[in-house]
Design a protein around this ligand. Structure first.
Ligand code: MN
Length: 257
């Protein structure tokens, strides 16, 4: 039986990256698309509890049917799994995001959160990003890689509640330096708040900032470093945020009382 794949994203249902992913995964299985009706980047794992959620039929640029929702990326994963696909889902793939989801970015990411939502309810899931804000993006190489990963997962399934996070540099296939299996690196933003004055003199603010360190100097073996080195990064992530190294010290606190 063909693999039943849900595709979602956080850049919106009409984003270029989603269409590239849809096309590539259609070679691997039956793809259902449920994605936000508008841009929802950096919405993290927000879910909608205080207003009605809608699913509206739309057409992708090649005429293929899809669903747009007024919900967040995580809402879209839930709506896709429970309603559009009636629970009959073999794999959820979120992306292809236009922008990095490296290191600590995953905590802000709508793309990764949609994949995490799927993993929480027991579905295999993958997040896919091109780690670049360039205007022109090479979608095809990473779309093709995502399709290979999907195919691989048919015979070598992930353990429950784990997610694959894929980030590619914005390079054509010929310039890619291969694939690296990586750890989640560090990515810290500094100078995050910009304060300006509006025309009547009241302050307003932009959140953003720049990266604290150069990607080329990032830890060896990390996702940040792999992408800086021109490689597609493949990072297995999971939901457990426990700092295991702190457990022994914290247990000492008890006996000190
Ligand atoms: Mn995005």
């Amino acid at each position: 039986m063909a693999m039943r794949i849900l595709v979602t994203n956080d850049d919106g249902v009409f984003a270029d990256g989603l269409f590239a992913l849809y096309q590539a995964l259609s070679e691997v299985g039956d793809v259902t698309v449920v994605a936000p009706e508008r841009q929802q980047s950096a919405t993290g794992h927000a879910i909608t509890l205080h207003k009605p959620l809608r699913l509206s039929p739309v057409s992708l640029r090649d005429g293929s049917p899809a669903f747009a929702s007024n919900g967040t990326p995580s809402d879209c994963a839930a709506l896709g799994i429970l309603e559009a696909m009636g629970g009959a889902v073999d794999l959820v793939v979120s992306g292809i995001n236009h922008g990095p989801n490296l290191g600590w970015d995953v905590h802000y990411s709508g793309t990764v959160s949609a994949a995490i939502e799927a993993a929480m309810v027991g579905h295999a899931s993958v997040a896919v990003s091109v780690a670049s804000w360039d205007k022109d993006i090479h979608w095809e190489p990473v779309a093709k890689f995502a399709a290979q990963v999907a195919k691989r997962l048919q015979t070598q399934p992930l353990p429950p509640h784990t997610i694959l996070n894929i980030n590619a540099p914005n390079l054509p296939q010929s310039a890619l330096q291969g694939v690296a299996v990586t750890t989640q690196g560090r990515r810290q933003y500094v100078d995050r708040l910009e304060k300006r004055l509006d025309p009547v003199g009241r302050p307003y603010y932009w959140l953003g900032g720049s990266l604290a360190e150069e990607a080329a100097g990032a830890e060896a073996g990390s996702d940040v470093r792999a992408v800086a080195d021109g490689k597609i990064s493949l990072t297995p992530i999971h939901l457990d945020l426990t700092a295991y190294s702190l457990l022994p010290a914290l247990k000492e606190w008890d006996s000190d009382n």
